[in-house]
Write a protein that binds this ligand. Structure first.
Ligand code: MN
Length: 229
């Protein structure tokens, strides 16, 4: 079928150990999922059900890329996150079956125009301007689940110019990996290609042009980006 112009190439992420790539369908993100971060954002880190927002699939940026400092913000933040890559369709997935739907894990950074997100929160408006802008979803290569020993006890951390800004362990998640999949699949039919950014630990902070940012999770391929003007 001819199009009136060329459609975009399917956004995709590298997979470790193969030259075959993971095609990205949707990007879901969990709002608050570490107690210390919920507190630093002025919230209450209870077990209120997790909430979700999305980014466009073509907001994906691969490790090694340069990111242009985004428009219309004076408070551009990093949020390092464990990313779940979904490999199998499912809805109303029970917690005990959630593992079957995971293709692999990656390290992502939920880049945020915090000033715009703050205005949206105050006015009860959507978060898109703060969260879903171009190049807002850096994601490292996906490691297939079979190659990961123990994601639950892995450390997660982020450095800016070699200074550690965020540091926690995956065990600190308020809602576990399996619970996030179960709750999200009550609202959406999860599909292969979906990515879920699982929330960020405390320590989010402002970025500047020239910054070199690296996000890590033990056992996964890091995400390494630089900010340019
Ligand atoms: Mn986040």
């Amino acid at each position: 079928m001819p199009y009136v112009f060329d459609p975009i190439e399917t956004p995709s992420v590298a997979v470790t150990g193969t030259d075959r790539r993971f095609p990205v369908r949707r990007i879901f993100c969990v709002g608050r999922n570490y107690a210390e971060h919920a507190r630093e954002m002025g919230g209450d880190p209870d077990r209120a059900p997790p909430f979700f927002f999305t980014k466009p699939a073509d907001a994906i940026v691969e490790s090694g890329a340069k990111i242009t400092f985004p428009k219309i913000t004076k408070d551009f933040h990093h949020e390092v996150e464990l990313v779940i890559a979904i490999g199998k369709e499912g809805e109303n997935i029970p917690v005990q079956d959630a593992r079957e739907h995971i293709f692999g894990f990656a390290v992502g950074i939920d880049l945020t125009r915090r000033d715009l997100q703050k205005i949206a929160k105050e006015k009860g408006r959507p978060w898109d301007s703060g969260k879903a802008f171009d190049q807002s979803a850096p994601c490292g290569a996906i490691t297939p689940v079979a190659e990961i020993e123990d994601i639950e006890t892995a450390k997660i951390w982020l450095t800016v110019n070699e200074d550690t800004r965020q540091s926690a362990t995956i065990a600190d998640l308020i809602w576990s990996i399996e619970e996030v999949i179960a709750v999200l699949s009550e609202a959406f039919i999860l599909m292969p290609g979906d990515l879920i950014y699982t929330g960020t630990p405390a320590g989010v902070s402002s970025l500047s042009i020239g910054d070199h940012i690296i996000g890590h999770v033990d056992g996964l391929s890091p995400i390494d980006i630089r900010l340019t003007s």
